[in-house]
Write a protein that binds this ligand. Structure first.
Ligand code: BGC
Length: 372
């Protein structure tokens, strides 16, 4: 289990001292008293432009930093690990003092982060944890376990699993095996759903039902690719749903997978409002919000990326001012070398009934973008 307990705490003193020392050693320091102003020179490394959320994440943070007078280099890596590593290398060579990284593969950045540390750069792991390196100073993300838990609880409620007899047919999917978040999403959902599989209220006709949280990667979709999710769903439908049997619910960890899964369901003849399965998602991408409105997706777990950008912006302000960096979790995210002081934000469920109140009224999306 990957339960994250929220505690209000400040960063461990050692880590804090490291950051402050790191900031203090910048060539461009100025300031008076004990506090040292540090050059705000930030490298932002995002995984891909193929998903709306990363475009929003990167552009928003870049804007806040530029408005505050920082030097910013924003790069997208096309979901290619080598590309991301060389982009970060360039940022380090260009003198970045703070790196904000949403890793494609959380396990391969150790050498480049060691380079970054040679010039005392402070590293913030953005949304996804970077594993295996001591040189990760902070982690800012949404509560990833809770994302999955919200998806599992949504299914539990929609099917009335606590009272209903069942059995209902379920097809579960998991995210990219190289993304550290994916196991948290899966665990959160599976801790809710597995007991119902064990008691027979839920059945998984394809057999793609991990026996425990730990086996999640066996059903992971590499690169979070919509087309791979679609092909996998096509296979499951054509092999295991013959002779009129139907799938009642699909656990999709995010919106990009849900796009592929719903395309597959549509081509197999499932219709919104009649037999379309319950289908989960995450991110509130516009195409998926439209799908929620037209009944081909049941929910999305909304992570207001503006809040994440604001939080990282605050962290950067704290770092550059030599102040204590505020975190609220010092237990959940062990990257194999250390427990990374983290700030976890709260994800929320959005359904058809709350698209307007949560997404449109807050300005996250425009009504016209989703045909409202
Ligand atoms: C993010 C999700 C996103 C997925 C695919 C995960 O690490 O937390 O919001 O849907 O990556 O890009």
């Amino acid at each position: 289990m990957f339960i994250s307990k929220k505690v209000v705490a400040l960063a461990a003193t050692g880590v804090l001292a490291l950051s402050v020392a790191a900031c203090g050693s910048s060539a461009d320091t100025a300031g008076s008293g004990g506090d040292k102003a540090v050059e705000c020179n930030v490298g932002i490394s995002m995984p891909t432009r193929s998903l709306e959320r990363w475009i929003n994440d990167g552009e928003q943070l870049q804007k806040s930093l530029k408005d505050a007078g920082c030097k910013v280099d924003l790069q997208y890596a096309d979901n290619k690990t080598d590309q991301q590593i060389s982009q970060i290398q360039n940022q380090v060579a260009g003198g970045a003092k703070i790196l904000v990284i949403a890793a494609i593969d959380g396990k391969v950045l150790t050498p480049v982060l060691a380079e970054a540390k040679k010039q005392d750069a402070v590293v913030i792991s953005y949304d996804r944890l970077i594993n295996g390196s001591e040189n990760v100073d902070y982690y800012a993300t949404f509560d990833n376990y809770k994302v999955g838990q919200l998806q599992g609880q949504f299914i539990e409620e929609k099917l009335g699993l606590k009272d209903a007899k069942g059995p209902f047919t379920l097809e579960p999917f998991a995210g990219s095996p190289d993304d550290n978040n994916a196991k948290f999403f899966f665990s959160g959902a599976w801790d809710v759903l597995l007991p119902y599989i064990e008691s027979g209220k839920l059945t998984v006709p394809s057999g793609k039902s991990p026996a425990s949280d730990a086996d999640w990667a066996s059903i992971g979709i590499q690169g979070w690719a919509s087309d791979k999710a679609q092909a996998e769903m096509d296979n499951r439908l054509s092999s295991f749903y013959t002779g009129g049997s139907k799938v009642d619910v699909v656990l999709s960890p995010n919106d990009s997978l849900a796009i592929g899964i719903s395309a597959s369901l549509k081509s197999a003849g499932y219709k919104a409002g009649t037999d379309f399965p319950i289908l989960t998602g995450q991110d509130a991408d516009k195409a998926n919000v439209k799908a929620i409105l037209d009944g081909t997706q049941s929910m999305t777990v909304w992570k207001d990326t503006r809040a994440l950008g604001d939080r990282v912006f605050t962290m950067i302000q704290e770092i550059t001012a030599g102040k204590t960096v505020e975190v609220n979790d010092t237990k959940s995210y062990d990257n194999g070398k250390k427990i990374v002081p983290s700030f976890l934000l709260d994800p929320e469920v959005v359904t058809k009934d709350t698209v307007q109140s949560k997404l449109v009224d807050s300005g996250f999306i425009k009504a016209s973008d989703v045909g409202l």
